[in-house]
Write a protein that binds this ligand. Structure first.
Ligand SMILES: [Zn+2]
Length: 50
């Protein structure tokens, strides 16, 4: 299992890897987890990486 701490998940729409440079916002979810909004260059849209 590969766990690269430099990435923050993949775009749920196109599966592109989201790198730290493309993160727009980090926030705390109600359950204490960290949520992210990031820009996907392929979709040209803001996504929530999975
Ligand atoms: Zn995408």
């Amino acid at each position: 299992m590969i766990n690269d701490s430099r990435t923050h998940g993949r775009c749920p729409m196109c599966d592109e890897i989201i790198s730290a440079a493309h993160i727009l916002v980090e926030y705390k979810k109600n359950n204490g987890a960290t949520g992210i909004w990031a820009e996907c260059l392929l979709c040209d849209d803001v996504v929530s990486p999975e």
